[in-house]
Design a binder for this molecule. Structure first.
Ligand code: SAM
Length: 220
């Protein structure tokens, strides 16, 4: 089925600089989260760990407009007004399937999400987030800032190293330097080798040699 691209202009407020922080996840990576969400198996749960102003949450909320069977759980220890507004504005059909949790996921993540996106605290808690996702059997695990060259991102870089090194999972990532974007900070998608009943959507070209799979229509 062909779904329309996200109209990102509707969500400019989720990316607008506040508190002196101008950046958020790049639109091309938000688009990947959207395409992954649309391709999930029936009745899937999506989990996001670290939502901030809601820029990445737009991906799942948009997909949920077309997929009535998807559910979403958003974890953030400090809920921003933009995120609450975003969820409210998604309308009753969508927001009734959204749960917002204002604590770290390791306190209560018990359901295996079909898609989990990790983008919270980039220090050691990133590893606790990854451990929680792996422990409950999350299938597709995506994460941001896995190449971010900054002392505060040691946890998210290590998270990327672990997903790349796994003998039980495959991965796709992008950390290309692009003018006007922050993609060099790194975005990774990882999924279990053993899954055979779901097909990863063909994903756009990415940094050369940053995948251990052929890219189109990968059975996972
Ligand atoms: C990098 S921002 C998320 C950006 C967002 N995914 C985007 O691209 O628009 C990190 C967020 O994680 C939240 N956070 C920090 N530690 C957390 C934790 N242990 N569990 C959940 N959220 C956490 C912060 O409050 C912040 O909103």
């Amino acid at each position: 089925m062909n779904y329309p691209p996200i109209d990102h202009s509707k969500y400019a407020y989720t990316r607008r600089s506040d508190q002196g922080i101008p950046w958020s996840t790049d639109l091309r990576h938000i688009d990947i989260l959207y395409r992954l969400s649309l391709a999930l198996p029936p009745d899937s749960l999506i989990v996001e760990i670290g939502c901030w102003r809601g820029a990445t949450a737009t991906a799942y909320l948009e997909a949920m407009r077309y997929r009535q069977d998807l559910r979403l759980r958003l974890y953030d220890i400090k809920l921003r007004k933009q995120l609450k507004h975003l969820v409210w504005r998604s309308g009753p059909n969508v927001r009734d399937r959204v749960e917002i949790v204002d604590q770290p996921c390791w306190h209560d993540l018990s359901d295996p999400a079909a898609l989990a996106f990790i983008d919270a605290d980039h220090g050691w808690p990133a590893l606790a987030d990854l451990a929680s996702c792996l422990a409950v059997g999350c299938r597709v695990i995506a994460a941001h800032d896995v190449h971010y060259d900054s002392p505060e991102a040691h946890g998210s870089r290590l998270l990327g190293d672990i997903l790349r090194a796994s003998h039980y999972r495959r991965y796709y990532e992008d950390y290309e330097v692009r003018p006007g974007e922050w993609t060099e900070r790194g975005f990774i998608v990882s999924w279990p080798l053993a899954d055979s009943d779901w097909v990863l959507p063909a994903l756009p070209p990415l940094t050369p040699a940053c995948t251990n799979v052929p890219l189109a229509g990968v059975p996972v």
